[in-house]
Design a binder for this molecule. Structure first.
Ligand code: BG6
Length: 487
């Protein structure tokens, strides 16, 4: 048996400096993820966190907030963990504040014997990233004796141009190897499973091309509405919020060629090629291949335009469906249908790979079901394969059957949250599940063409009722190709 060498998670020592330490993301995701790593002993004695934001909090208050953000079971452990947290009120444009930050960082580095390893987590508006990066360098908050990594939250720009400027403002001070751009979908267990399923099984690997695959379908549906994020969402819309990053990342994992080795450099190289191979549409092609829509009041739920802080004539799309084409040897001619939206029937993230029918099928009169490989990412991580078998009994009828290929949880381990995995990867310096700048660049180029066509188009947004699976135009996108959504 071939032994696969896994990168083992060993004890890590690091100082985290979180810009945006009082924010929602820090409380909902980062502190619980760090706590999980602490509970597992991965970060333990030799770690500390400095949270910064403008509010004038004390360390005690910050530590209380951190404790509140953690799961309730273990109050004593939570307090011990939170004792590693320090707060600094910080104006990112004020050089003096970086001087204070440096002193605090040095003090904590000595106190916890961290050895100069620093992770700078930028969880605030991207317009501050450049100035933060510049000050980290000029005020020598980066160390000479350890690693210095920057973790960046989305959105990475709002189009190619702004993303390129943002990237330049960071790359002046940090090399690409030290920049970790988060796409939390890449930390999801079932998204990570795509490569295992594809490249770990000859039965899938050898069929994974346009000779055997008829079409791919990706659905990221959400039941929640815009919630408290009107300000951001009005400038983003579903295309920028979900397609540019999460959906295109999934597309790249589904269509990339097999990397030469299972390594960061080789995987990212193939993902870049996959994104480069996406056909960038002309305006007329956008009209033919993309649908944008907005949710309307139904089932006791408000319509998008009636939500707080949303313009009553807002043109922001809360739903996108599209048909993507890939100009690669293996995927030319295989349509990739994608769909995402808010206030849809239910929260579900899934991928369906629909295989072509058997050529010269001797059961053609029986209307055989398609072979479909389904990867359910959420709410439940499941994998299944639809096949045809003989119905038990007299005669010769076939029936479809679902084979459950879901990974068995052999050691009964709790599946780690995406942020826990990604933070551990960043600590270990493994950027495989972070997006390379070139991936971001090609994704924006693809998305910009759609956005520009919409901005210049007279066609109004279409509507869909809350609780549905989107507008009928999203179904027509497939019907015209004699196909339908599997989900
Ligand atoms: C975020 C989007 O990136 O992903 C949100 O900004 C969306 O609008 C969220 O709700 C969905 O993530 P998940 O993990 O809940 O599927």
């Amino acid at each position: 048996m071939k032994v696969v060498q896994l990168k083992m998670s060993t004890k890590q020592q690091a100082l985290f400096i979180i810009f945006g330490g009082t924010g929602d993301l820090a409380k909902r995701k980062l502190y619980p993820a760090l706590f999980a790593l602490y509970q597992k002993g991965i970060i333990n004695e030799h770690f500390a966190v400095i949270g910064t934001a403008r509010r004038p909090w004390t360390d005690q208050h910050f530590q209380a907030v951190v404790c509140e953000s953690l799961p309730e079971q273990d109050a004593a452990a939570a307090r011990k963990f939170a004792a590693h947290f320090y707060y600094q009120s910080h104006n990112v444009n004020d050089t003096e504040h970086y001087v204070t930050l440096k002193k605090l960082a040095q003090k904590l580095d000595e106190k916890y014997q961290i050895g100069g390893n620093r992770l700078f987590y930028l969880a605030m508006s991207p317009r501050f990233f450049g100035t933060i990066a510049q000050h980290l360098k000029s005020q020598e908050i980066v160390t000479a004796d350890g690693y210095n990594r920057v973790i960046i939250e989305k959105p990475f720009g709002h189009d190619y141009q702004s993303a390129a400027e943002l990237n330049q403002s960071i790359s002046k001070y940090f090399s690409e190897d030290d920049v970790f751009r988060i796409d939390h979908y890449l930390g999801k267990e079932m998204v990570q499973n795509i490569l295992a399923i594809r490249f770990g099984n000859n039965i899938f690997n050898s069929l994974w091309n346009n000779r055997y695959i008829d079409n791919l379908q990706i659905t990221l549906s959400e039941s929640l509405g815009v919630e408290e994020r009107a300000g951001y969402y009005e400038t983003a819309g579903a295309l920028r919020d979900m397609v540019q990053n999460h959906i295109l990342q999934i597309v790249s994992l589904l269509t990339m060629k097999m990397p030469t080795t299972y390594s960061e450099a080789d995987i990212r190289r193939e993902k870049i090629c996959a994104l480069k191979a996406l056909k960038v549409y002309q305006p007329q092609e956008v009209a033919e291949n993309f649908v944008r829509a907005q949710y309307q009041a139904a089932n006791g739920l408000k319509g998008y335009r009636q939500e707080d802080q949303i313009a009553s004539d807002s043109q922001t799309e809360t739903f996108v469906a599209g048909k993507l084409k890939v100009a690669s040897e293996n995927f030319a001619g295989v349509p990739i249908y994608i769909r995402t939206g808010k206030r849809l029937r239910q929260k579900a993230t899934r991928i369906d790979v629909i295989f072509k029918p058997v050529p010269g099928n001797i059961f053609a009169d029986q209307n055989l079901a398609d072979n479909i490989l389904t990867i359910k990412v959420e709410p439940e991580g499941k994998v299944s394969l639809q096949v045809n078998v003989k119905k038990i009994g007299q005669g010769y009828q076939l029936q479809e059957q679902q084979l459950d290929l879901s990974p068995e949880n052999r050691n009964g381990q709790q599946i780690p949250e995406a942020y826990e995995k990604l933070l551990l990867d960043a600590l270990a310096g493994d950027a495989t599940n972070f997006t390379h700048w070139e991936e971001v660049a090609y994704s924006w180029k693809f998305v910009d063409a759609i956005r520009q066509a919409w901005d210049n188009s007279q066609q109004p947004l279409v509507e869909y009722p809350c609780g549905s699976m989107g507008p009928k135009q999203a179904d027509e996108l497939l019907a015209i190709d004699h196909r339908n959504w599997i989900y």
